[in-house]
Design a protein around this ligand. Sequence first.
Ligand code: ARG
Length: 445
Amino acid sequence: MDKLWAGRFSKETDKTVNAFNSSIAFDCRMYREDIQGSIAHATMLGAVGIIPKEDSEKIITGLESILQDIENGVLEFDPNAEDIHMFIEAELTKRIGEPGKKLHTARSRNDQVATDLRLYLRRETEEIQNLLIQLINTLCEIATQHHDTVMPGYTHLQRAQPITFDSHLLAYVGMFARDIARLRDAKNIMNEGCPLGACALAGTTYPIDRKMTSDLLGFDYTIAYETLDSVSDRDFCIEIAGALAIIMVHLSRLSEEIILWCSWEFKFIELDDAYSTGSSIMPQKKNPDVAELIRGKSGRVFGDLQALLVIMKGLPLAYNKDMQEVQEAVYDAVDTVKLCLEVFAPMLKTMTVNKENMRSAAAKGFINATDCADYLVKKGMAFRDAYRITGEIVALCIERNLDLETLPIIIYKEKCELFDNDIYEAVNLENCVNNRKVNENNEKA
Ligand code: ARG
């Protein structure tokens, strides 16, 4: 394919440079947005009279036929094309002749790619938000079955206080809900201004209607950014990658818990066979590879975010070719998060929860010690004294291999007069959990 900019040059581009320079292998995924942007631009050019209306109509019909042919697999991307923008423009001229050559009036690939990338990421972030909603729904469905499933709550990975399994899951619901909000905020900022019309960097001398293209493409047009900023801004990629990195932090943390929970040491859950893998040598093994891969892939998305920051940090205004590299990093982050979310929800949905093991783990480790101290406080003792006495009781239990539920009342009384038979109700695990829930509900009321 002849280069559109060949006129200025007396030599062909070196073959290796051609391949090195080309972005079609990855930016072809923006073909819909590129065509959508070009249709809006051509509509505006025709409406304002910068090009004849008939030409604008021919361009639009031509672009629509290209879109259809790409979607039907009739038209393949030319790997030798410089990028998706050049490919579609050249294909258009091939199809409709002269009018095709007018499409790029009052436009540059710089404002074109900045627009396409925003449109593309707008669509992808919406898809990711939907996947997060599905994950939240799955977590809530499981949570409703475990309102009474007592398990140990941990701090420092040491048994701390009794909780129910639904609280543990709902904590992640909170995280994923914030992730949706973070994507929404990033999308809103990204949607504030449409770059089309900024052209190469300094705007254009044609009497374009920026508001019209902006409206056609669903931008807010609350701010007409300085043209230099419009074409050189990739903050939105960094911001979305930042939100994606935080999603991966959350997925990775839950993956880590799942990995722990299905070990023999915990055995709180068992993953479905369809979501586990075996070992090539150890016949007994059933490995949580999916969760491990998600934990591993978090590193990859953090790397993408890091790459974006470093690519952008030294760039002078306005467009620089370095910015082509931004695309691959942000695409990788988007693809990875989508992949992880798609496999995560069904993995959770199909796992089996071992309530008995959770309950018996909760029975060990004195996770009701705070409640024992609080019992004394409610009988009039200062918390620090109650805390000390309870500590001594725990030490005694460890020595005699007893727990707070089975320690005889005489020994309790030896330690402190305030103890009575109702201590056994106070340290009952189910009561410990329920009494806190009552307080939580009171606070909310
Ligand atoms: N493929 C390029 C990119 O993704 C398009 C913009 C090229 N602009 C230019 N002035 N060479 O960044």
